[in-house]
Design a protein around this ligand. Structure first.
Ligand code: NAD
Length: 283
């Protein structure tokens, strides 16, 4: 039987643990989400983050800026949040509208409030394996993999995708878990061959069902980060989940896998950042 790595249930457990710990803080953690423009998918994600933050008792602020906001203005907003004592975590919802330099905006986030773990400094810490705040999606994937209760040490892993937000930090975390990691991307010529020999497959491509079921090695752990909307309005991942389940020992569903864990890790990071700023142990 293939194990379904249920991100919804795991996220609920993580959120509950944070909620309990928040009650003993002198002041609630504060999360600010900056949204520029009105990309419909981003609007849905931002709304979900706000709902969970409210539920956990966080102070939550959403800053909506019009799509034609200048680079200088967006950076000024981020810097003002850096100076805001009630705010412990700042998330800039990506992608930003065309014409804005996302990397420059993200790098304005103070490292101690970088709950998305995406600034140059956070990624540098991650590369050295001494991060306080790991990028939410890859960190959520590591927690999902832990559900499978398989020792990752010595396993061969493939990460498909090399984005700064998902693929690259994902490869670092798997390597730190002692996997032997191969990173594939749009120019990789032997994707099928690499997937076929991998014990762990993490797909972060953004194209429906690129990874075929027959490619999955018997007993592999399969994590599908991709979220793709099909013409009929339904969602699917980058993996052909049904076909992959024949060989996989464990697999994440889409939706209900990585997505809820990304939000849960954002909450955990905000709690940790708040503890650090309040001078108490995160427990
Ligand atoms: P991205 O577009 O920045 O990166 C995609 C990567 O896929 C690139 O590195 C590219 O080289 C690679 N790629 C493209 N086509 C390929 C192919 N045919 N074969 C192999 N590699 C290929 O995207 P991203 O921000 O890394 O996100 C990837 C996917 O994950 C998207 O669907 C996104 O919506 C989803 N996502 C989900 C969550 C979540 O919480 N579930 C979080 C972040 C991103």
């Amino acid at each position: 039987m293939t194990q379904i790595l249920d991100g919804r249930t795991l996220a609920r457990t993580c959120n509950k643990a944070v909620k309990v710990k928040v009650e003993s803080l002198a002041r609630p953690p504060g999360l600010a989400v900056v949204m520029v423009g009105n990309d419909p998918a981003s609007a849905v994600y931002v709304k979900r983050k706000g709902v969970v933050a409210d539920r956990l008792g966080f102070v939550h602020r959403q800053i909506d800026l019009p799509a034609d906001t200048s680079q200088a203005k967006v950076e000024e907003v981020v810097r003002s949040l850096n100076d805001d004592d009630a705010i412990d975590g700042i998330l800039v919802q990506l992608p930003l509208p065309k014409g804005l330099d996302s990397a420059a905006v993200v790098d304005c986030v103070s490292p101690d409030k970088d709950v998305d773990g995406l600034t140059i400094r956070s990624i540098g810490y991650l590369a050295q394996g001494r991060q306080l705040l790991a990028p939410c999606t890859p960190w959520g994937v590591m927690k999902l993999l832990a559900l499978a209760d398989v020792n990752l040490s010595g396993k061969s892993a493939v990460v498909i995708g090399r984005s700064n937000m998902v693929g690259r930090p994902m490869a670092m975390l798997l390597e730190q878990a002692n996997c032997t990691v191969t990173v594939c991307h749009s120019r990789t010529t032997n994707l099928e061959e690499v997937v076929r020999r991998s014990d762990v497959v993490v797909a972060a491509i953004g194209q429906p069902k690129v990874v075929q079921g027959s490619w999955i090695k018997p007993g592999a752990l399969v994590i599908d980060v991709g979220i793709n909307r099909l013409d009929d309005g339904s969602l699917c991942g980058d993996v052909d989940t049904e076909a992959a389940s024949v060989n996989a020992a464990a697999i994440t569903p889409v939706p209900g896998g990585v997505g809820p864990m990304t939000i849960a890790m954002l909450m955990e990071n905000t709690y940790k950042a708040s503890c650090a700023r309040q001078g108490v142990s995160a427990g």
